[in-house]
Design a protein around this ligand. Structure first.
Ligand code: NDP
Length: 278
């Protein structure tokens, strides 16, 4: 049996379900993506989101602003999108140029259209177990684990990384699945002693190969969120893939693991928003 948890496959399954639902909805969910500047990676992410929207029958608007756009000008663009009843989801591509304060911009997005789930209001809904938009990458991890019927209830899940966009939302989502959750980060003493206890280990750090085989329990489920571009141009995750796969019972590859799920969960959140206003 393959040990690979195929994010492309799970992503396609969810996208097919979304497409089906859109065809019966009567309105086209509409995602507006705002990008400031010309960062190549951000451009690629935005184009991928744009394409994914079209593939499932959504309307998608890409608003490209020059790098010298002021915070005030960006806030005006967001205000307009907030007021536009035909827009169901707003996403501001991060990172923003240094002269613009990310928290101010994210908080300016209408909570009901915050399909990234980064607004403090959405974070509060997640923390209190109320229904809201779940941050996409973290939600994608849970979707993959569910698809492969990984038992989460009662399992010990170790998350390496505590960022607002991945690690922290995963704490809550795993608790919601009744896992026992441990979080490790850059100040954790003896990381291996922590990860070795995990039934499920999720790595979201951004350091190629930080999780090695000696840090993993035999039979553990390993989820690699990391995306790192090596000098050779090769894309790798945070897991030393081949040796860790030997010990793991299931593992996500990079590319083709968590990556495809992030945009898919963004589509799911936009659909959810469109259904609310319909
Ligand atoms: P951040 O840089 O925001 O967070 C990294 C986390 O890793 C921090 O909590 C940091 O700890 C921790 N960390 C750093 N060094 C170590 C170490 N030596 N040991 C243990 N923990 C460490 O990154 P992101 O969460 O935004 O992203 C993480 C990775 O996931 C990146 O490779 C990114 O490209 C990828 N990613 C992939 C996505 C996808 O769609 N698949 C989406 C988003 C991100 P501390 O808090 O103490 O600094």
């Amino acid at each position: 049996m393959s040990k690979i948890m195929d994010g492309k496959l799970v992503s396609q399954k969810v996208r097919n379900e979304i497409k089906d639902e859109v065809s019966r909805l009567g309105i086209k969910p509409h995602l507006a993506v705002v990008i400031v500047g010309t960062d190549a990676a951000s451009q690629t992410y935005v184009n991928n989101k744009h394409k994914a929207c079209h593939d499932v029958g959504f309307q998608s608007t890409k608003i490209e602003l020059p790098a010298q756009t002021t915070e005030e000008e960006l806030l005006q663009v967001i205000d307009k999108l907030n007021a536009d009843k035909g827009v169901h989801g707003i996403l501001v591509q991060l990172p923003l140029p240094k002269h613009i304060k990310e928290s101010v911009v994210l908080e300016a997005i209408d909570q009901e259209k915050d399909v990234d789930g980064f607004h403090p209001y959405q974070v509060g809904l997640l923390a209190t177990g109320l229904d809201g938009f779940k941050p996409c990458t973290a939600a994608g991890v849970i979707e993959i684990l569910k698809h492969y019927e990984v038992p989460m209830e009662g399992s010990h899940a170790v998350i390496v990384g505590r960022s607002h966009i991945v690690g922290k939302p995963l704490i809550q989502l795993l608790l919601d699945e009744n896992a026992t959750v441990t979080v490790a980060h850059s100040r954790t003493k003896d990381l291996a002693s922590v990860t070795k206890l995990a039934d499920i280990v999720i790595v979201a750090v951004g350091i190629p190969g930080i999780l090695t085989a000696d840090m993993v329990k035999e039979g553990a489920v390993v989820v690699d969120v990391g995306i790192n571009r090596l000098d050779t141009g090769k894309l790798v995750g945070d897991v030393d893939f081949e040796p860790v796969m030997e010990k793991a019972s299931l593992i996500t590859p990079v590319p083709g693991g968590v990556g495809p799920m992030t945009i898919t969960m963004l589509l799911a959140n936009t659909l959810k928003s469109a259904k609310k206003v319909k």
